[in-house]
Structure formats: C-alpha cells, structure tokens
Design a protein around this ligand. Structure first.
Ligand SMILES: Cc1cc2nc3c(=O)[nH]c(=O)nc-3n(C[C@H](O)[C@H](O)[C@H](O)COP(=O)(O)OP(=O)(O)OC[C@H]3O[C@@H](n4cnc5c(N)ncnc54)[C@H](O)[C@@H]3O)c2cc1C
Length: 416
C-alpha cells in the first residue's frame, strides 16, 4: 500500500489531492508510467472543498467519467444566493453553455476515489498511500526523483523519474526542499469546520450567510450540515474557548433553525483551518514542477481552488506529454506550463483578495461591541440590479478564466 513496486517510472506525482489524481490519471491513460505518492492512508478528508464546477464537470465528460460522477451522492445547485445584512447576491448557473447548468457539491473523498478507481484500470498507474515524500534525489542540480517513507513499514524508498510534479498542497514539502518561497498576501479570516445534524424544516440548499455577526457556509450532506464558520485571523482558540460559547451563539444567529442543536455541539469536534492566499514567482526547478495549491494556495472564496488545481493538471499533462514520452523534460517545457496557468491564477487570486474584505466575519475577540451591519460590497450593490448579472457571475465562477480541455495529445473519450 505504501510502496511503489518499482524504482523508476516516467513521472512521479507527489500528493493525491485533486491536482495529483487528475494528473496521474491523464498521464497513465496517455501511456506514461506514473506513480502518485500520498502521505495519508485514504482520501477521507472532511476539511477541503466539495465544489465541482462546470469546468471540471465538462472535463469529466471528456474523460468518459460523466455518468459515474453523476451517480455519486451529491447536492446540485442551479443558483447560489449569498445573503448579506442588507440584501442578496445570486450566482445563477441555469444558463451556462454546455451540458451542466449547476454546481455539484460532492464529498471530496468520493471524487478522489472515483479518479483512483478509474486510473487503477491502467497498468501505467501506481498509487501508494501512506507514502510520504521527505527528500528529493538531485544529480548535478537537476531533480531526478524522490525519497519517500512507507509509513506502514517505516522503510524509506527511492523512486527516480525524468520529472517530479509536486501537487502536495499549500504546505508543500517539495517546495521547501526545492528552496522555493511563495509570496503571500494578507487574509483576514480563518475558518472553523463543524458538523451540525440536519432536521426536518431545515432548508435543502447550500447556505451562504455573510453578516457582521459572522460568516457561515453550510453544505447539505444529507443527514448533517458540513458548516464552515469564518472567523477573524488567528482567533480559533478564542472561538472554541468557554465551551465554544461564541460558536454556538454565532451559528444560532446566522442560521436560527439550528439553534436547538447548538447545545449538543461537542467543542472537541470543531476543526480549525488556516486560510491563505499565496503564489510562487517560479513554479519549477530543473526536473520538478509545482502545480495546484503547492504553486498557489487558494482561498475558499467562490469554491474555485479544486477546479483551478485540476486545470493546472490538465495543462501540465497536455503540454508535457510529448516530452514525457521522450523521457526528457526541459526547463523550457516546465516554463510553458507556468506561462499557461500563471495569469488565470493571478487574476483569480486578485479577485479573492478584493472579495475577502467584504466577507468580514465578526471575530470572537470583538464580540462585545455592537456589530455594524455588513453591507453588500459596492460593485455588487450596483450590478445586482442588472438582470444579466447573476448569469455572468455564475459563468465566471463556473468556468474560471481559462478552462482547459483534453485537446492535442490528450484525447477525449467523449465530447461535452
Ligand atoms: C478552509 C478551506 C476551504 C476550502 N473550500 C474549497 C471549496 O469549497 N471548493 C474549492 O474548490 N476549493 C476550496 N478550498 C481550496 C482547495 O482546498 C484547494 O485549492 C485544493 O484542495 C488544491 O488541490 P491540490 O490538489 O493542489 O492540493 P490538496 O488538495 O491540498 O492535496 C495535496 C495532497 O498532497 C498530500 N501531501 C502533502 N504532503 C505530502 C508529502 N510530503 N508526501 C505525499 N503526499 C503529500 C496531502 O495529503 C494531500 O492529499 C478551500 C481551502 C480552504 C483552506
């Protein structure tokens, strides 16, 4: 489980998140022998996004996985309404071009398991879980592979390849080993993740409530809400203090129908997550490329991070496939991937940076002050009166700025 039965492959992918799994699948089905190394034993992660947008749904169709994905347990939303203290803003997906006029909210473990199952059908695909990369193999200044720990046996193994792709997330080990330092920008929030049992009479749809008394996102997972409560940066300990009194009070204010369940909330089950936005100036060193959050950590705003990471993976496979088939990847090839994905990432992050100021959640540390009502951001206050705005907004979120497709050497199985 934690070991690859090989000492050399065509490409090593570090990290089995959305970016790493899609890249592994694409390379394997295109004839490149690929090993994905994932440090955890499974994909069961509660604390990551569930939002699969039309850009990714279209790619899944192109991969021939549309029907299998549609069969996963999921919540589909044609519209998302953000409720502020003085009005609402709607993202409307109902007029999106293509086959998918919704956003799918799917537990990430189901999605990753689907990718893993599909990829496993190819003899070129190897996945090791409980396999943690802790060193790079470097020869004459060029990365030639990795060393990883099989956490089941405690043994360290070497795996060489013409290319190492780091898709190991925002705390990337490969990035640190490569000596690359991301440029960060200030983020005013962190986030608490809380499970709240659902009850008859609760709304069915996703809840997005932004108020001076807090910011709350709740995803309907059948018998429970997966809730994310925005809190001021670095205030998680305050929020959980006093038997999580602030959390109970804030959620009861924002979603009053859950108030009856707040007394039973177990503070030890409240997880906290740091929100960051950062990016690398250079996404590569000779022999290694960084993609997804390892190259650019995304804020949860608009739920685009998974989708952007997957776009990176598609661009990486399409651009590097000829070089990987030859078994020799140059720095010029790696720079092409960055050129392709850099500006959509940068513009998305700039939009997230502007937006985050308007989702200011009350902080547990200033809860004693009377809250000032959180008003709709000025541009949205003006634009929402235009009837086409919800559709334009929905389209921007659903497809992003440069959606990628299985073109060129990446042949689609079916067309969206
Ligand atoms: C609070 C929060 C909520 C979010 N909500 C959303 C949302 O709703 N929708 C959305 O689209 N995005 C959301 N995001 C952003 C999203 O989670 C990321 O942008 C996305 O997960 C990036 O995917 P990735 O594959 O690049 O990295 P990750 O998903 O972080 O995957 C990296 C993988 O690498 C593995 N790994 C790490 N180190 C090693 C190592 N040394 N060896 C082997 N494996 C390793 C990790 O275990 C992990 O499986 C959210 C982010 C935060 C912080």
């Amino acid at each position: 489980m934690g070991t690859i039965p090989k000492s050399s492959v065509g490409c090593v992918v570090v990290g089995g998140g959305p970016a790493g799994m899609v890249l592994g699948l694409l390379l394997a089905r295109s004839g490149v022998e690929v090993a994905v190394l994932e440090k955890y034993p499974d994909f069961l992660r509660d604390f990551r996004g569930d939002t699969v947008h039309a850009s990714t749904l279209g790619l899944l169709d192109e991969l021939g996985l549309g029907d299998r994905f549609a069969a996963l347990p999921q919540q589909r939303e044609q519209r998302l309404t953000m409720q502020f203290d003085d009005g609402v803003v709607t993202e409307d997906f109902s007029r999106l071009p293509g086959r998918h006029q919704h956003i799918a909210l799917v537990p990430q473990w189901d999605f990753l398991n689907l990718l893993a199952d599909t990829a496993a059908a190819s003899p070129n695909f190897h996945l090791a879980q409980d396999a943690e990369v802790n060193d790079l193999i470097t020869v004459d200044g060029q990365v030639r592979g990795v060393r990883y720990l099989d956490k089941n046996t405690g043994d360290t193994h070497e795996l060489t390849a013409p290319l190492v792709v780091a898709a190991d997330g925002r705390h990337s080990t490969v990035r640190r080993l490569a000596g690359l330092q991301p440029r960060g920008s200030a983020t005013p929030h962190d986030c608490l993740y809380i499970r709240i049992p659902r009850a008859a009479g609760d709304p069915d749809h996703t809840v997005l409530r932004f108020s001076a008394t807090g910011g709350l996102i709740m995803i309907n997972r059948g018998d429970y809400w997966q809730a994310a409560l925005l809190i001021g940066k670095g205030t998680a300990d305050f929020a959980r203090a006093d038997n999580a009194a602030w959390v109970r009070r804030t959620i009861s204010r924002l979603a009053p129908y859950t108030a009856d369940r707040m007394t039973a909330l177990d503070p030890t089950t409240i997880a906290s997550l740091e929100i960051r936005i950062d990016r690398l100036d250079q996404w590569w060193i000779p022999g290694a490329l960084l993609i997804g959050d390892a190259a650019h950590a995304m804020s949860p705003i608009a739920g685009v991070g998974i989708n952007l990471a997957i776009q990176d993976a598609v661009a990486t496979a399409r651009i590097l496939l000829p070089a990987l088939r030859r078994g020799h990847v140059t720095t010029k090839d790696l720079a092409r991937v960055q050129r392709r994905r850099h500006w959509p990432t940068l513009l998305t992050q700039l939009a997230q940076e502007r937006a985050q100021e308007h989702f200011v959640a009350a902080s547990p540390t200033d809860d004693t002050h009377p809250p000032v009502p959180l008003r709709l951001p000025q541009p949205l206050r003006t634009l929402r009166h235009w009837s086409g705005f919800p559709h334009l907004f929905g389209r921007l979120v659903a497809f992003g700025l440069r959606p990628e497709h299985l073109t060129g050497p990446l042949k689609p199985l079916t067309h969206a």
